[in-house]
Design a protein around this ligand. Structure first.
Ligand code: PTJ
Length: 251
């Protein structure tokens, strides 16, 4: 039991969720390691949403609203931390949710499907009772995508993704949005829009931004997407880390 006056309360609560998700079979073993890496970057970023993340969230929301076929691809870590929020975001955008696992087993897919259904998802794609289409340039189980989902999507939100799949999806001319606390990761550098923030803050911020931009006209939304420069945004995130820890700016 963690007391809420503990200075690392929020971080410890997330750890608890991650361990619990591992015990329930949602999370891959290496999902815990991935979480630890994210945690380290979150610490360096001050465990708060930065201005850069806000900019990326706005661009991501605009791209998702403009999308004809938006898909949210989920893995174990995403489902461990924000299952309900993913369902809200998908409903607001009329987007599909697809399971795509790096460490895929039939058992994990079915557990994750149940968790998402309990969170209110109506039609989960990427399960084992569905015909798949292969993503060019990828090998292994991650290469299989749902014919109704990622395969035909124009905009894909893939939080905590690995670099290979991000590159393969981008080569298929999809607009790729990721959420990754590590601004140096291959995925962060590859994606069209990278939100450098913890997924537990990024998804609620995205839900809010989608609401705020829902009545904005298409040319303005296109402008928001076009004005966003991912490399510049990542550079600013890195600068924020170094400035923060060399005392150049106040936290
Ligand atoms: O559930 P599976 O089988 O699909 O496996 C998922 C993992 C995450 C294990 C797999 O995709 C993997 O190994 O990912 P990587 O290559 O470790 O990348 C995960 C990235 O997510 C790292 O750059 C972390 O910094 C980042 N990350 C971890 N936790 C969070 C995060 N970013 C945002 N919010 C987090 N909570």
């Amino acid at each position: 039991m963690i007391h809420n006056d503990h200075p690392r309360y929020e971080s410890l609560k997330l750890r608890e969720k991650i361990v619990d998700a591992y015990k329930k079979g949602i999370l891959a073993e290496s999902g815990m390691i991935a979480h630890g890496r994210g945690e380290a970057f979150d610490y360096l970023l001050g465990e708060k949403t930065t201005v850069n993340s806000e900019k990326a969230v706005r661009a991501a929301a605009a791209a998702l609203i403009l999308a004809k076929n938006p898909v949210i691809s989920v893995n174990g870590n995403t489902v461990a931390l924000v299952p309900n929020e993913i369902v809200i975001l998908a409903d607001d955008l009329d987007a599909k949710i697809e399971i795509n696992l790096f460490h895929r087993t039939e058992k994990r897919v079915s557990i994750i499907e149940k968790v998402m259904n309990n969170a209110g998802a109506k039609n989960i794609l990427g399960t084992d009772h569905e015909e798949k289409a292969k993503i060019k340039g990828l090998e292994g189980p991650r290469a299989n995508s749902s014919r109704e989902g990622v395969y035909i999507a124009d905009v894909v939100l893939v939080p905590l993704e690995d670099g290979d799949r991000a590159e393969a999806l981008l080569k298929l001319d999809k607009l790729l949005i990721t959420i990754d606390l590590n601004p140096l990761s291959r995925t962060a550098k590859t994606a069209t829009i990278t939100i450098v923030d913890n997924i537990v803050r990024a998804i609620p911020n995205l839900i809010q931004a989608v609401h705020e931009l829902s009545n904005v006209d298409d040319p303005t939304l296109h402008q928001i997407v076009n004005d966003f420069n991912n490399q510049e945004n990542l550079d600013e995130s890195l600068k924020k880390i170094s400035d923060k820890h060399t005392g150049r700016v106040k936290p």
